[in-house]
Ligand binder design. Structure first.
Ligand code: PHB
Length: 379
């Protein structure tokens, strides 16, 4: 793994402190991802994806050398908001990329809107960030919670042999991932057999919740968990004996990357919706996945791709911001057009969200390694 241009702060930097705003100089980009807490592994993937793009492009974006200033988002807004404020006010970055947690993104929206600094959200799916509270300064290269969850609803309504139990981490993302799924699931005739929200970042033993599922007459389960919680949930689901009898569905974060490695064969058969799989059989993804494996010795993840694509759009937009101002940069972000991403081609919609294809994936063993096989496109 290379850390060439990733610095942990601006101390000792020889670059000017203005964010490198002016033409030709280096440009400072803040990278705000969890370096601690349940989502730390997701943050690591995002750093890797962003760095890979830089390494493939001579350390430059928009023709200018880049200094990446990293900050720890931690487990939510209590840590993430001050860390972002430091990047903008003290380090004076030109833009901030990252943010894993929906609650952090919601906590940051007003700050970026008011300080007129571009925020490129490269994971957190909080619906309002590109919905009711959208801002010309906030752009998203990842997904909206409701939009990544919705495409799976009709598929589960068709497959499930009875009611479906809904379960998720109790915070903005979990609630929205359930709401987005529920809407299309019920519209397609699906029946909800129960609903539960588990304390976010605190639940290690899912046994009481799994007992409640068994006690209901659910014939399938739909779940949102990510990171360390996804590992525990899926492993305990299997240990508890539900995996054989009650098919498990979710958004793809449930079985993504290092999470899937840790789950091992407990995850076989889990079906999810997501806008990426390392298994996507396209020339663009094969080339990307090979480069990622070479650099980091592991398969790429959706988190890596979302950050890689944030670098891609900055590369396209920065030439349109010679003065380095937020106003110029967001105007240029509006003109980047189609991104030829490892996930497939996508572009920003009118709300600054990624308009993209979602895939139905199923965990299968491929020569002893667990993979998210791509079953079909969900639209
Ligand atoms: C979120 O909080 O928006 C979130 C976190 C982790 C994921 C997906 C969404 O994997």
């Amino acid at each position: 793994m290379t850390t060439a241009l990733v610095l942990s702060g601006c101390a000792g930097s020889s670059l000017d402190q203005s964010g490198g705003g002016g033409t030709g100089g280096a440009v400072k980009i803040g990278l705000l991802v969890p370096l601690s807490g349940v989502y730390a592994p997701l943050g690591e993937d995002m750093r890797n994806g962003f760095q890979l793009y830089l390494d493939q492009h001579g350390g430059k974006l928009g023709g200018r050398a880049v200094e990446v200033v990293s900050a720890d988002e931690g487990e939510g807004p209590q840590t993430g908001v001050p860390a972002a404020q430091k990047l903008v006010t003290q380090d004076q970055v030109t833009a901030v990329v990252g943010v894993v947690n929906s609650a952090t993104a919601l906590g940051l929206r007003d700050f970026f809107h008011e300080s007129k600094k571009p925020l490129l959200v490269a994971n957190a799916g909080a619906d309002d960030v590109t919905g009711a509270r959208k801002s010309e300064y906030v752009w998203r290269t990842s997904f909206a919670n409701g939009k990544v969850a919705a495409p799976l609803g009709p598929a589960v309504a068709k497959e499930a042999k009875g009611g479906v139990y809904l379960i998720a981490a109790d915070y903005a993302a979990g609630r929205e991932m359930i709401a987005g799924f529920r809407k299309t699931f019920e519209a397609a005739g699906g029946k909800v057999a129960g609903e539960e929200y588990t304390p976010f970042g605190k639940t290690q033993d899912f046994q009481p919740f799994l007992s409640a599922i068994r006690g209901s007459d659910a014939k399938a389960v739909y779940a949102f968990y990510a990171g360390a919680e996804a590992v525990s949930f899926v492993k305990q689901y299997k240990q508890f004996g539900l995996a054989g009898s009650t098919p498990l569905y979710g958004t793809g974060f449930l079985t993504e990357g290092g999470v899937l490695d840790a789950q091992g064969d407990a995850a076989v058969g889990v079906k999810t919706s997501l806008h990426y799989s390392a298994e996507l059989d396209t020339p663009r993804n094969k080339e990307f996945a090979a480069a990622y494996r070479k650099a980091y010795d592991e398969a790429p993840t959706v988190y890596a791709v979302q950050a890689y694509d944030a670098a891609t759009v900055l590369d396209k937009a920065l030439p349109g911001a010679p003065g380095g101002t937020g106003e110029e940069l967001v105007k240029a972000l509006g003109t980047v057009g189609t991104v030829d991403s490892p996930r497939g081609r996508w572009s920003f919609d009118a709300d600054h969200d990624a308009q993209q294809t979602y895939y139905l994936r199923e965990v299968r063993s491929s020569g002893g390694t667990m993979v998210n096989a791509v079953v079909s496109e969900l639209g």
